[in-house]
Design a binder for this molecule. Structure first.
Ligand SMILES: C[S@@+](CC[C@H](N)C(=O)[O-])C[C@H]1O[C@@H](n2cnc3c(N)ncnc32)[C@H](O)[C@@H]1O
Length: 392
């Protein structure tokens, strides 16, 4: 079945929505788009015409960074209203997906089990109950997702994965494409353009969640063995069932990306898509060291995130930083200040082989639809992904 451009791709474990549930979810998607395209630009006007002039009058200078802008904006009614509406949209998004998943919970669990035992595509799933969920994922409900990625309420639970797949589609306002795979596809396009002769044979995706970004690697490099790791068992159960349902063999295992059980030098491509901002400074260092250990000479690691604050207009950085303070994303801000050459060197790589790039979105429709407003739901890139990494 070919999905319509504006619809999410349906498969055996994607939760179905009744007409009412669908209307509720579509409302949240439209509401988020309205905030991004109609309300956000006015927030910037309020800053330029009211908050900035009054700061300048009081201090005799312009705000010097995003933190000063945030402190000045915190007292502004328009900003407070926009911020409250955005936070509400996030809570409504999770709730609208939870309701739908809760109604068909048993069916989703048994469908996932069936796909997992039949394995029509030939992928594998390895779960390890001894894996400890890191504190950066348990201390808060990450991005207001109730229970986060790891909480299991029934045996063989897949609910967090099912909720996440539908919620990501709404969060991105459909701009990750019908398969939510734009980050993987855009990174692959970057790899093919930058390293035209590179045909990776073993590929690892860190923090793969539902494997939405992992799948395009196997589709593009069909001879490669493709692996995905995640700490959260319910995400992986769902990811495995999803991969089998759509016929793409991926090898999934429950592991912490900070210390993995693969052999030294056993990969030629390691990727992550919006993982790093959800970890911690120490965890990122550990992950980079693992990448150095696991890559074969000439291998490449690429992390995909929203744009770094460096070089960005201070107001845009302040808006993109909203998630740090309002959306249970404690490491968001710090992760946007990562210095790729320094991170590469600390992990044992040659820093001169590190790189950063803004890679255009592979999903054509996203380029036209993206808002160019630097806020999380639009992934802040106006049609671009921020990639950074290093070649070993
Ligand atoms: C934002 S989601 C990633 C989404 C997905 N990669 C995509 O492309 O849409 C972050 C995922 O990373 C996982 N995760 C966080 N820290 C991890 C770690 N240290 N090791 C492995 N997985 C981790 C979480 O459980 C979650 O599923």
């Amino acid at each position: 079945m070919q999905p319509q451009d504006h619809e999410q791709f349906s498969h055996a474990v994607l939760p179905e929505a009744t007409a009412d549930e669908f209307a509720r979810q579509e409302f949240v998607k439209s509401y988020k788009l309205h905030l991004a395209t109609q309300v956000s630009p006015k927030t910037k006007t309020v800053y330029e015409t009211q908050v900035k002039p009054s700061f300048e009058k009081e201090h005799g200078r312009t705000p010097k960074n995003r933190h000063e802008i945030r402190k000045a904006m915190n007292g502004n009614n328009h900003y407070q209203t926009w911020s409250s509406l955005l936070r509400t949209s996030q809570e409504m998004m999770w709730k609208s997906c939870q309701v739908s998943v809760e109604r068909q919970w048993g069916k989703l669990v048994s469908e996932a089990k069936k796909k997992s035992s039949d394995k029509p595509a030939g992928g594998t799933l390895s779960l390890d109950p001894s894996v400890k969920i890191p504190r950066y994922l348990t201390a808060v409900d990450i991005h207001c997702q109730p229970g986060g990625y790891h909480t299991e309420l029934v045996e063989d639970d897949v609910a967090p994965g099912a909720i996440f797949e539908r919620a990501v589609y709404i969060y991105a306002m459909g701009q990750l494409g019908p398969m939510n795979d734009d980050m993987g596809a855009s990174t692959i396009a970057y790899i093919q353009k930058t390293y035209p002769d590179f045909t990776p044979k073993r590929i690892l995706d860190l923090g793969c969640s539902t494997a939405n970004s992992t799948v395009p690697y196997k589709e593009t490099f069909p001879d490669a063995e493709v692996f995905g790791v995640d700490v959260a068992a319910p995400m992986l159960r769902y990811a495995h069932a999803r991969c089998e349902a759509i016929g793409v063999p991926i090898h999934l295992s429950q592991q912490n990306a900070e210390h993995l059980d693969f052999e030294d030098g056993s990969f030629d491509l390691i990727v992550s898509h919006i993982l790093i901002h959800e970890t911690s400074t120490t965890a990122f260092r550990n992950i980079m060291k693992e990448c150095h250990r696991l890559l074969a000479p000439g291998g490449v690691v690429i992390h995909v995130e929203t744009p770094a604050y460096k070089g960005m207009d201070d107001y845009d950085a302040f808006i993109l930083d909203w998630d740090t303070y309002n959306n249970n994303e404690p490491f968001w801000g710090k992760s946007h200040e990562i210095d790729p050459p320094r991170a590469a060197e600390e992990a044992g790589f040659d820093p001169s082989k590190s790189f950063e790039a803004m890679a255009p979105s592979a999903y054509e429709a996203a380029k036209a639809k993206r808002t160019n407003v630097f806020q999380g739901g639009d992934f802040g890139g106006g049609g671009f992904w921020y990639l950074y990494g290093v070649q070993k």
